[in-house]
Ligand binder design. Structure first.
Ligand SMILES: Cc1ncc(COP(=O)(O)O)c(C=O)c1O
Length: 303
């Protein structure tokens, strides 16, 4: 028997662990045809899952919000992730949990109650939302003109989702103008978030981050804990873009790379065009906390 090649990643589907390239969902699945799906992403760093309980809890809340229900409970999912990542051999990984609507038991029906929801998971080598070469200079963001963030009255951003139409428009615009990434405002001109990251601002030693129209990021939560640990005050509030651009420092938070300094937004330059001192400290503590057994667990293929 030939060894399975997990170098590109692995997936768990219907009780089986397979190389990522073999994992597929049906073309008629509502997860695909209606973006009727929710997901979460936890990471593995140097062979340890970070803050797994937080991610599993958010995933469960997302499922409840969009009325998805799967066979597996939290402990089943934890076991699946340990076994899948363990078998893949990946030491630094981006690990996704997904719940899809599936498809109705009556072909052609439009009744979501008739769908058989299901769970799958996959992992690939660690994904940096901001390229590693960007980190020393800080990220450059362009505020999107072509799209505002989908209204939270239409699609609940706190249930992690695949509705990326607004982000994709913003990304085209940002990349074409030479920026690293995009930042979206809501229709009232408040700062929201970007594709795969939250944002925080620091002004006169006070930290604040948008209240509405955003995913409640786990990395943001950890960053806020770090701020409290360092005695910094944190507020979650509506932030008009003009106020955001007056910050002393700004940074993004993402499971795909942690707290990342932002040194430019449009033509505004922050903290001398480099990562600011407070952001640098938050980033340092974030990575230190990865070795704390209270916040991380060793990947165990026999879990
Ligand atoms: C839209 C959006 N906002 C924010 C985040 C950051 O959340 P977390 O820190 O949990 O990765 C993500 C993560 O993928 C996201 O997709």
């Amino acid at each position: 028997m030939t060894e399975k090649d997990f170098s590109q990643g692995a997936a768990w589907m219907k009780g089986e662990i397979m190389p990522i390239g073999e994992a597929a969902i049906p073309v008629t699945d509502w997860g695909l045809t209606h973006s009727d799906i929710t997901y979460d992403v936890v990471h593995v760093w140097d062979g340890r899952f970070f803050r797994m309980a937080d991610y599993l809890e958010r995933f469960e809340r997302s499922m409840e919000k969009v009325r998805l229900s799967v066979e597996q409970d939290r402990e089943d999912m934890r076991r699946i992730l340990h076994q899948m990542v363990g078998q893949s051999g990946l030491q630094r990984a981006y690990v996704s949990l997904v719940a899809s609507r599936g498809q109705p038991s009556v072909p052609g029906s439009r009744d979501p109650r008739l769908c058989e929801n299901y769970f799958y998971a996959w992992c690939v080598p660690f994904v940096w939302v901001f390229l590693e070469e960007v980190l020393p200079r800080g990220a450059h963001l362009k505020i999107a003109d072509s799209a505002s963030r989908i209204s939270p009255n239409s699609v609940d951003p706190t249930a992690k989702n695949y509705h990326w139409g607004d982000f994709t428009q913003g990304l085209f615009e940002a990349k074409e103008a030479g920026f690293d990434n995009t930042l979206l405002l809501d229709s009232d001109g408040h700062v929201t978030e970007g594709p795969g990251f939250n944002v925080l601002m620091i002004k006169d030693g006070k930290v604040s981050t948008p209240r509405q129209g955003v995913l409640e990021g786990i990395t943001r939560k950890v960053a806020m804990e770090i701020c409290a640990h360092h005695g910094l005050e944190v507020a979650v509030d509506d932030i008009p873009v003009e106020q955001f651009l007056e910050a002393d420092e700004v940074f993004a938070t993402t499971t795909g790379g942690g707290p990342v300094a932002i040194s430019r937004i449009n033509d505004r330059v922050f903290s001398n065009d480099a990562p600011g001192e407070i952001t640098r400290q938050i980033n340092e503590t974030y990575w230190q906390w990865h070795n704390d057994p209270a916040m991380s667990e060793v990947v165990d293929v026999n879990y």
